[in-house]
Design a binder for this molecule. Structure first.
Ligand code: SF4
Length: 342
């Protein structure tokens, strides 16, 4: 992750002069800037993390590069937060495959046509659905990469919809032939299609997602509606001005408030701009991938948001996420924020 301020602290710790350096770095930074602290003492990590929490400058990345520890914290809280009282575990996210027909430049989980397929698989999804029924899951969100690349996506969605209202996140470009048939059999009252459309005209959408993708997404929206599905439109934007402009477009199109999602770019995955988000910024939404259970869908390919590699029993993986959230909650001046993906 690129930083705005780089601080090489050598072997310094909080016992030997690190604090004044951090304060000086904060003084020459602006809200939202990222400060990278590089040092030779990995043991400084826990104290630095505590300092980040208590000063309200969240740690958003911790890595080891060339044998040196590198920590990145953001100056100040994430912008545009919205409080949410949704209980942990009421929303369940499934990443079905990770590969995608597109290569969007801000994809938070690095999906692309060349990304390795990491498939959750129908048997695991069916077991998740069975166990989720006992755990108070109120909504299920299915995302890919692009879920409609999967031959059995119809059965996967049917399994989820049998337990809870299900939203499938898609770029909307594959609703033809066999895939259109898999849509055909799905219950319209239990499945919502959340289709990505970033702008009112092709330029911005195509710049991030590839030439011609805006027109094909619009076609996908029309096809889904023609089949009788409720469609939610989801835009990823870089600025508040872009969000306002797209909101006006949705007003003109008479898209209901509950059928729109407008969110900023998260500085994760393939993105090289956007809001840097760490655990402390995010209310957990249990997210299951082939690789394990994650804190939130926005970081489902990132080790810092991995909670456990064991998916089953599902009750235990939900409990692990709740325990991790409780630990976060112990930090008195933490404010968990929601980053809306749906
Ligand atoms: S943002 Fe969505 S459509 Fe784009 S590469 Fe990632 S998964 Fe695919």
């Amino acid at each position: 992750m690129r930083a705005d301020v780089d601080l090489d602290i050598g072997r310094k710790t909080f016992a030997s002069g690190l604090l004044p350096e951090l304060i000086a770095a904060l003084r020459r930074s602006h809200p939202g800037d990222l400060v990278a602290v590089v040092g030779d003492e990995q043991s400084v990590g826990p104290e630095l993390e505590t300092w980040c929490r208590f000063t309200g400058n969240p740690l958003v990345e911790a890595t080891v590069e060339n044998g040196r520890a590198r920590f990145v914290f953001r100056c100040g809280a994430a912008p545009r937060p919205a409080e949410d009282n949704r209980p942990v575990g009421s929303r369940l996210w499934l990443y079905t495959n990770f590969d995608c027909n597109l290569r969007c430049d801000y994809c938070c989980v690095r999906s692309s046509p060349t990304a390795l397929r990491r498939e959750l698989g129908l048997p695991r999804v069916q077991r998740i659905a069975r166990e989720a029924a006992e755990l108070g899951v109120k909504e299920i969100f299915v995302t890919g990469g692009e879920p409609f690349l999967l031959e059995d996506i119809g059965e996967i969605l049917a399994a989820c919809a049998s337990v809870a209202p299900t939203t499938v996140l898609t770029n909307g470009m594959l609703f033809a032939g066999r895939r259109a048939e898999s849509l055909h059999a799905l219950p319209r009252d239990r499945i919502v299609l959340q289709i990505s459309l970033d702008s009112a005209t092709p330029e911005r959408h195509d710049r991030h997602r590839g030439p011609g993708t805006w027109a094909r997404a619009c076609e996908g929206i029309q096809r889904a509606r023609a089949q009788g599905f409720r469609v939610r439109i989801a835009a990823t934007v870089s600025t508040d001005a872009e969000a306002d402009e797209f909101g006006q477009f949705l007003d003109e199109e008479k898209i209901a408030a509950e059928d729109r999602v407008i969110r900023g770019i998260a500085l994760r995955g393939s993105a090289n701009e956007g809001v840097a988000l760490g655990r402390a910024d995010l209310v957990p939404e249990v997210t299951i991938t082939a690789d394990g259970v994650y804190w939130h869908p926005v970081g489902a390919d990132d080790a810092d948001l991995l909670v456990t590699r064991e998916i089953f029993p599902l009750a235990e993986s939900f409990a692990a996420v709740r325990r991790a959230f409780d630990r976060e909650g112990e930090h008195a001046n933490k404010l968990a924020r929601i980053f809306n993906c749906a």
